[in-house]
Design a protein. Sequence first.
Length: 574
Amino acid sequence: MDQDQPSTAESLEAVKARLRQSFVDGLPERMEQCRADLAALNADDATDEDVQAALQRLHLSFHTLKGSGASLGLDTLARCAEPAEQAVREALTQTPEQRASAKQGLITTMSARMDTIERELLDQTARPPSVPDATAARAEPVTSFTEAHQRDHRMVYLCDDDPHQLRQLANQLACFGYPLKAFDRLEVLKAAMLEQTPAAVVIDIVFPEGENAGPDMLAALRQRLDTQVPAIFISSRDDFSARLCSVRAGSSAFCPKPVNIPEMVEFLDHLTNPTPPEQFNILIVDDEPELVQLHAATLEAAGMNCQVVTAPEQVLGVLERFRADLVLMDLHMPRCSGQELASMLRQIPGYVSLPIIFLSSETNQERQFQALQAGADGFLVKPIEPRRLIDEVRLRAERMRTLRSLMVRDSLTGLFNHNTILQFLELAVANARRNDSPLCFAMLDVDHFKQVNDTQGHPAGDHVLMALSRTLRLRLRDSDLIGRYGGEEFAVVLNDTTLEDAIKLIDALRTDFSRIQFQANGSHFHCTFSAGIATYPNCPDPRRLTETADHALYSAKHAGRDQVASQACDSATW
């Protein structure tokens, strides 16, 4: 948020009181403008266009007084402004002839309404506002699985009465770095969970005790545990009844047998991930500075990152530098309405799917629907309870993150896809050029991968790719970028890294990967990879980096595979 916005240390109750006072301090100027617009209606030389413009300004003013007053706890102001807004709205729908005949009655009514607003509001400002309890306004802490399991955040319990299936599943998950405990009886699993809570449990549905014994045991056990353990159910049954039973037992995922290990690993990574989720970026657009700050403070108290805009014409510029997950905007704003702004954003390719929620005191359902037709995803009515605002924004922002992830990530490995990693390479080169820092680009290729697919089967090949992607994600820094370049090829952008350090790092990864034992068709096998590395500024642009790294990779393959090679960018060849 900007410097004049509330700090996160300030309680929401204090923020609301401060913003309310700021709003009240500006009311005399607002009312003076309203009286000027009212006088414009009665001017002898006023054209119909002048009257129309004055009515639109009055409607916006009273609409703002109603919505902001209710949101800031100024209930008297909101009640007084609402009938004034409705009267102006009706006048806006009339013909010029109808307005001319009803003008004096409207002026008299509006003048009396303004007197009431000023008199009652000035009397009220000496009294404390009706503000909700701060504890109710703050976001309730979201309990994550990582917060609940501090003793061993990666421990997974497996339970299946089939010893062969249990052993095979344990061996495969162990390749991905999970500490495991395997159980072939439900009562033993139950005792272990009561003694030490795991990060997750993988459990079959059918046991000798019954066809739904696994879910039944876990559902009963949950009532005795202090924390809710995420559960993945596995089963040779893949019918509606089995899935429904697992959901009722509180399952986090369902994997039919034979288990797709890469899919299960993705589930486990998500459920036991020890890193906190990235903050949601919320852009709030409202011409009322006090109200926009109140909503920003509410969302930031829930752990979101907010950027506020009070002038619609600034939105496009802000979106260029602020990667918003959602836009929360008012419907009625001067110079550009929320409906017009939403239509504008929907005409820009990069913002077609950006979630937009209107937050307005507009209660007319037909006008709400018209606003949604502009391309918005929801409509919330002011005033809104902080908890509901947080939940609505979080739900839609999470969906946006999921959609973005599907668009930029490879479905098997979860790494960036080909186009995305190349786009990030362009940005990384630009940053390295600006900061005068080194950068390395590495291309990795699994050796003899076609032979793995042909002899061990494609599921085993997927397992190899998943293991390599996981090795890269666990061992590289957060600032490094990893992508699946295509097939069995991977690309890595190593920011602020010299060639010497890059070679050491990739070679250590190569050695560790070669030690992973894979299992398929009752036999064990190992895999290796070869790598080629190119550097910036030796290669001054992304195209030369990729081509030079590819040439180095070819050299490593030609020299016998299972090794790392580097190559200088020969400017004479370009």
